[in-house]
Design a protein around this ligand. Sequence first.
Ligand SMILES: [Zn+2]
Length: 183
Amino acid sequence: VNVKGSALRARVQWVQKMGPDAERTFMEALQPETRSMVQSCILVSDWYPFATFIELNTVIDRLFGKGDLALCKDLGRFACDVNLKTLYRLFFKLGSVKFIIGRCAAAWRVNYDHGEMHVAAMGDDWACLRVTGVPAPHRAHCLAVFGWIERATELSGGKVTRAVERCRLRGDPECEFELAWTT
Ligand SMILES: [Zn+2]
């Protein structure tokens, strides 16, 4: 599986926001080949290995979080802020929460070259998104996607009233994200 450079770039931007000391610590903690990739510049429209994406997330969580991957959800929220806002600014201006949720599912193909996300069920003020076909799921990734969808809902004017995550890695049959909101 490959991940779009914009997702990796957002993680690096998150670290840079923490200051030069944090950035130095982060760079030192990366694998040599990942470090040289980050140093040489990440192209937002290029594809990068899923393992590299996971490495950035887990290293950030270990250094700046609690090492329980919880920070990965915040990284997903941040990536939504920096990427989706510029990419889909017009949608956010015009679209309802339901419309944006549908766009989020479709945006999967922009960000990953394997697997898919689709709207499994949707009501007027709730939706369930399901991720399928990811060969080797990782909790860091599932949590990042969860945070990303939650933030997209907020950016489109929804106040999230319920957010439930189900994950294959926790014994659930599917990786699913269920959200309810008020506007
Ligand atoms: Zn999962």
